[in-house]
Design a protein around this ligand. Structure first.
Ligand code: FAD
Length: 373
């Protein structure tokens, strides 16, 4: 029986980032358990964008949260690289979404306007603009843009990262600072004990601790059910394709296509309501390939070498859930989409909130209680 100050359940991007934040702040002995189920490879199957663009359309507080995260990204990455020794391959070259046809260009223009209004309510600007095809072509001169593309929604102050290296770096620095990472360890139950503490049961062993953080993605509700709580999260599949390597042509990531520093093009993104099935389908691959070729016709000459699917954790309003359990405040549940983009806030806001040293004003807006009014 090993005891701890804090146990984090789920070693994906969310759990690993929070765990690192806790040890950086001197949160005591922190254990991180991850069961590594192949069906929950979300943190290893994403696109790697570090964006605020298009986020928070119906929620000024979420728009602000995304902006705070993006603003923190460059410094967060620099510190993590220095401390972990990993190169995150962060590129801060902006990001764009392409529009096909005049109707889609006008719809995007409208959505930029509407998010600008939403941001005003949070005292924010929204430095996203629509760019015509010819202007954007000058920004990526080595990759011709397809004729059907009319323009791009673009923001300069965002970027992309290697999400696998991000995950590796978070876990590496966590362990370097004395945190203990248990790979392949499955938590079966959390038992609240006396004086607000808990016992975590994992693979037949008992781990007493003062606080628990559940960041177990789609495994979260199974752990919450016996505690009388449930998060209204739902699954949404996304599929990605990867091409063979090619000398660098594209420096600005587009929502449908990005090129990594090692030369592969990553092509996405599908959004499918197919439950917890993470398989790839020919139909989605064909659609995504066709979309990518509409955007950049010369990609048709490359071979696709890999494809995968992963199941997003979605919330009804798209914003994260960071919530202390009503009856057991020593237990906190975290569930969200966009855990790459929002990673810096796990360190700067969520870990201090869990330790009770600082509460950033937005956090109370993201409790699970907002869905039960
Ligand atoms: C196609 C696609 C593209 C995406 N692109 C982006 C992007 O560009 N930018 C961005 O910000 N986000 C993106 N996302 C979303 C991003 O991948 C997720 O927000 C992120 O991975 C969620 O991380 P998490 O740690 O919260 O959850 P998960 O990665 O699901 O981690 C949960 C972990 O908990 C573990 N676990 C579960 N139950 C237990 C248990 N009982 N005991 C122990 N461990 C347990 C699981 O094994 C898992 O490792 C994308 C998602 C998809 C599908």
């Amino acid at each position: 029986m090993e005891s701890a100050d804090i146990i984090v359940i789920g070693g994906g991007l969310s759990g690993s980032a929070v765990a690192l934040g806790l040890v950086r702040l001197g949160g005591g002995k922190v254990l991180l358990f991850d069961e590594q189920l192949p069906s929950q490879r979300l943190s290893r199957g994403n696109f790697g964008l570090t964006w605020y663009m298009c986020k928070g359309g119906s929620s000024p507080v979420y728009a602000k949260w995304c902006r705070m995260a993006t603003e923190q990204w460059p410094a967060f990455a620099a510190e993590l690289e220095e401390e972990s020794g990993y190169d995150l391959e962060l590129e801060w070259t902006g990001g764009a979404v392409h529009a096909v046809g005049e109707e889609q260009f006008a719809a995007y223009e409208q959505s930029v306007q509407s998010l600008r209004e939403t941001c005003k309510q949070a005292g924010l600007d929204y430095p996203v603009r629509m760019i015509r095809r010819e202007e954007f072509a000058g920004m990526i001169p080595h990759l011709p843009i397809g004729e059907a593309v009319t323009g791009f929604m673009y923001a300069a102050d965002q970027g992309h990262v290697n999400p696998l290296k991000l995950l590796g770096a978070l876990r590496a620095e966590f362990q370097k600072r004395g945190g203990r990472y248990f790979c392949g360890k499955s938590v079966t139950a959390i038992q609240p004990a006396t004086a607000g503490s808990c016992v975590v049961l994992a693979d037949g062993e008992r781990f007493p601790c003062a606080k628990v953080v559940i960041a177990a993605g789609h495994g979260t509700n199974k752990l919450l059910a016996p505690l009388g709580e449930r998060l209204p999260i739902y699954p949404q599949r996304g599929q990605l394709l990867v091409t063979e390597r090619h000398p660098r042509l594209l420096d600005i990531p587009i929502l449908a296509v990005r090129q990594t520093p090692d030369g592969t093009f990553v092509i996405g993104l599908s959004t499918e309501e197919t439950g917890h099935d993470s398989q790839v389908t020919m139909e989605a691959m064909k659609n995504q390939a066709a979309n990518a070729i509409t955007l950049f016709p010369s990609l048709a000459r490359l071979n696709w070498v890999r494809a995968w699917g992963a199941v997003r954790v979605m919330t009804p309003d798209g914003a994260p859930i960071y919530s202390r359990l009503r009856d057991y405040p020593a237990i906190t549940a975290i569930a969200l989409h966009s855990a790459v983009s929002l990673a810096p806030l796990k360190i700067s806001a969520i870990a201090p909130w869990i330790l009770g040293v600082k509460e950033t004003e937005q956090i109370s807006s993201f409790s699970n209680g907002r869905f039960h009014v």
